[in-house]
Design a protein around this ligand. Structure first.
Ligand code: SF4
Ligand code: SF4
Length: 130
């Protein structure tokens, strides 16, 4: 039976250094949520990814995500897909031990429903993933 990882909202994954990628389609929703124009959001809150092929959210000097406030995501309702996909659709070798998500074994159909709810992706699209 598949294992679903229940996030415990410990925010460790928002603290470890790395890139929080945002796709072009995610710019407007986040900018609107913050009451900013897209241009002002991009200018003030993002940077080029290290491969220069897109944008990532800014980090604080200590490496944690700039949108982590008081231990919580301040853009939870519109957070990037990369954030929604963790920890069920990707893992971070070397950092996984810091993730407090609870592994729960369940029937396949419940598993797909839970991953769909957590990620915002349809069950159909999840089942087509490699
Ligand atoms: S956008 Fe939110 S969920 Fe994603 S890393 Fe930043 S604080 Fe964490
Ligand atoms: S995914 Fe893991 S590391 Fe991130 S907030 Fe949830 S429990 Fe914590």
């Amino acid at each position: 039976m598949p294992i679903f990882y229940e996030c415990q909202r410990c925010a460790a994954c928002c603290r470890w250094p790395g890139q929080v990628r945002i796709e072009d389609s995610e710019i407007n929703p986040i900018a609107n949520y913050l009451g900013l124009t897209s241009a002002n959001f991009v200018e003030g809150h993002t940077r080029l990814r290290s491969d220069r092929k897109g944008l990532a959210l800014n980090e604080k000097p200590n490496g944690e995500c700039a949108f982590l406030e008081s231990g919580k995501c301040s853009i939870q309702a519109v957070k990037p897909q990369q954030c929604r996909d963790f920890p069920n659709l990707w893992r971070n070798p070397g950092k996984d031990a810091l993730c407090e998500a609870t592994p729960v074994q369940m029937e396949a159909e419940e598993y797909w429903d839970r991953v769909s709810t957590a990620t915002g992706r349809s069950v159909e699209s999840l089942k087509k993933r490699p």
